[in-house]
Design a protein around this ligand. Structure first.
Ligand code: HEC
Length: 215
């Protein structure tokens, strides 16, 4: 190979490399085939709602390890003439899938297939043999679960509500009638049926998304 031939072979290789690299850079549009949608990417690995053949929700598993978003004590929702309960009432602990939580913080909305699990635990004073607590209450074992799911494919109102016991099998539960749960959530929940007003971090995220959305 003469020096001239070697030079032109070198230029050819160089040109091809530049064109390939240039094309690769230019072809990186906002989203390419094969790229995961960034919104979908956050949701990777999220526990999804499971249903039985009749559309009942199967009790979610592993919620104890989800993101814990808040607790309330002794909240009562309904106007009633009954005297208030003796003692502080029950603790409610609320959990959401970590991916749905992250999604809300980033985008200010709850993704499809969001699950909330709220445990009901009696307030307890007993602290074991040493009776260390002289005052105050802590949450005893969870006795029941209230669950909501956002699943527009399954439920025309998007959100559906379920009750479970904590004991035994993961038995499915039928969606509860709208007037029992949904209506109050739709009317009084601050964001998309959810009581974000009770969950500090979600409320903060909601407010900051509202601010940035303002023209
Ligand atoms: C009259 C109003 C009202 C009704 C009826 C109601 N809820 Fe709620 N729910 C609330 C409030 C207020 C909270 C937030 C604070 C709390 O309870 O700790 C809440 C929180 C929840 C949460 C946690 C996620 C969220 O949306 O904030 C779930 C899950 C839930 N309720 C399920 C149910 C189910 C299941 C029923 C029906 C059996 C039901 N709720 C009926 C007022 C209501």
């Amino acid at each position: 190979m003469t020096g001239r031939q070697r030079l032109s072979l070198f230029s050819l290789v160089l040109m091809t490399t530049i064109t390939t690299v240039g094309f690769a850079i230019l072809s990186r549009g906002p989203l390419r085939a094969g790229d995961a949608d960034p919104k979908q990417k956050i949701l990777e690995g999220m526990t999804l709602p499971e249903y039985d053949a009749r559309g009942g929700l199967i009790r979610p598993e592993g919620y104890e390890r989800w993101t814990f978003i808040g607790t309330s004590l002794g909240i009562r929702y309904l106007e009633t003439n009954d005297p208030p309960p003796k003692g502080p009432g029950d603790f409610h602990h609320v959990f959401i899938q970590p991916q749905a939580y992250e999604y809300y913080l980033r985008f200010g909305e709850f993704p499809e297939k969001t699950l909330f699990v709220m445990t009901n635990c009696a307030a307890s004073k007993k602290s074991g043999p040493d009776l260390i607590n002289k005052h105050g209450h802590f949450a005893g074992k969870a006795t029941g679960l209230e669950v909501s799911v956002k699943d527009t494919e399954k439920f025309s109102e998007s959100w559906a509500y379920f009750l479970f016991t904590t004991a035994g099998e993961r038995k499915p539960s039928r969606a509860l009638p709208q007037n029992l749960c949904y209506d109050c959530h739709a009317e009084h929940g601050q964001a998309d049926n959810v009581f974000t007003q009770f969950y500090g971090m979600l409320e903060q995220a909601r407010e900051s998304h509202l601010k940035t959305a303002r023209p």
